[in-house]
Design a protein around this ligand. Structure first.
Ligand code: HEC
Length: 124
């Protein structure tokens, strides 16, 4: 699998993890601390993979990554770092196994996803 396909797959897996955890936090699924922890841990792992998957070697591949990813590399890196910090806070909250304690960090993670997408992802 090429690196562009890999990063799309990492992003999709992150979306799946967010969905699993989000459903529990919204009360649409029963809260299960083990599943929540596993979902958040998977998110964290994919987040680290994603950080490595935007190398400039992929700049000219067709994808939804905006040219800004490489033109504004420092800003993109900042987004990734803010995102990683948000995910880490969610990991810490999930390890405490407390549903209410995860709500705010979960929202922060969701906002990091959107913030980066607004700036660095092209429309479909
Ligand atoms: C630092 C920037 C950044 C962060 C943070 C980020 N994304 Fe993305 N995301 C992108 C970019 C850029 C693309 C387009 C990648 C491509 O087309 O190769 C993308 C693509 C996607 C896609 C589409 C994948 C596809 O198959 O086309 C999904 C789904 C997605 N992201 C989900 C998420 C979720 C959920 C989060 C948060 C948990 C997140 N992303 C966090 C930058 C980010």
């Amino acid at each position: 699998m090429g690196v562009v396909a890999e990063r799309m797959s990492s992003m999709k897996q992150m979306a799946d993890s967010m969905k699993t955890v989000g459903e529990m936090l919204a009360g649409r699924q029963d809260f299960d601390a083990t599943t929540a922890r596993a979902g958040v841990a998977a998110l964290h792992e994919n987040c680290h993979q994603a950080r490595e998957q935007f190398s400039s070697a992929t700049k000219d591949h067709p994808s939804r990554a905006s040219p800004m990813v490489w033109e504004k590399a420092d800003e993109f890196k900042d987004e990734m770092e803010r995102f990683d910090a948000a995910v880490k806070a969610l990991v810490a909250a999930s390890e405490a196994g407390n549903l209410d304690g995860m709500k705010v960090p979960f929202k922060d993670v969701g906002q990091s996803c959107s913030s980066c997408h607004q700036k660095f992802r092209l429309p479909e």
